[in-house]
Ligand binder design. Sequence first.
Ligand code: 13P
Length: 341
Amino acid sequence: MNLAELHKVALAMVAPGKGILAADESTGTIKKRFEAIGVESTADSRRDYRELLFRSTEAMKNHISGVILFDETIRQTARDGTPLTKVITAAGAIPGIKVDKGTRPLALSPGEVITEGLDGLRERLIEYRGLGAKFAKWRAVIDIAPGIPTPNSVTANMHALARYAALCQEEDIVPIVEPEVLMDGDHDTDRCYQVTEWVLKTLYQELDVARVELEGTVLKPNMVVPGKKCAKRATVEEVAEKTVRVLKACVPSAIPGIAFLSGGQSDEEATAHLDAMNRIKGLPWKVTFSYGRALQAAPQKAWSGKAENVAAAQRAFAHRARMNGLATLGQWKRELEKKAA
Ligand code: 13P
């Protein structure tokens, strides 16, 4: 393992003013996103859409440190034949790759899932490295419901994350370690806090046992938010304060940075929460974004599959990237959103 190189890449992924574009939707998920905008999902339409994002030069150069790709995309070329990974590196961003194979029901744990994809992972990592990936992503999913999560699901999912992270580091690929506590339920903010704490403490125990070098990793967690169906909403300050509190209690300062998922928050909420966290003094790690939906909902809507909308879609993407870039510095203001609208 070349730890110095891993550390350098991890630091670049969380560079101030920048964050990660999660464009690694599986074929099934991107089909759903395209259905919502009336676009047929084909290899070409997926390529055209992602190419327009990666060619948004201003957004990519100034505010995007890295891009998480899906297996299909890392092998695709742009319309002019340039590999999409080259388009990304030419814009100054780092290509990464989703390597988990999604979730399946966890045996004997009704309502819970386990992320699969460890079999053959070493060989796939070697291939992805050859295709230009410098970091990888694995997402574990923890749901909250009555009696859920169980110790079985927390332990099994964090153990899998640790095995994935160790394999990545052996192949000189920075693992993004993503333990996502879902916001789908009717639970309140404190319940989210409690489960997030349990999950993160288990994760860092498992990473330690697996001998993962924390300096060469990036954490991608959820924020501490109430479930979507919870009547009691939380203020921006409450989300920021509770999220920072649980992270400080569980996440070693050795990690270079934390890049949040958006998880179903609105575009503006995801930005406001990130901004409020970065206004808190003395954070021991860099705190940035690794958003999928909160960066792409606006450009997808603006594009709607039409070539004549490409420029408008790129403007929408550039706007969200700039807002989130400002939020990594604690310099975002709500008025900037209004002005753009
Ligand atoms: P969202 O920001 O849409 O949650 O996606 C981030 C991601 O990569 C989930 O694995």
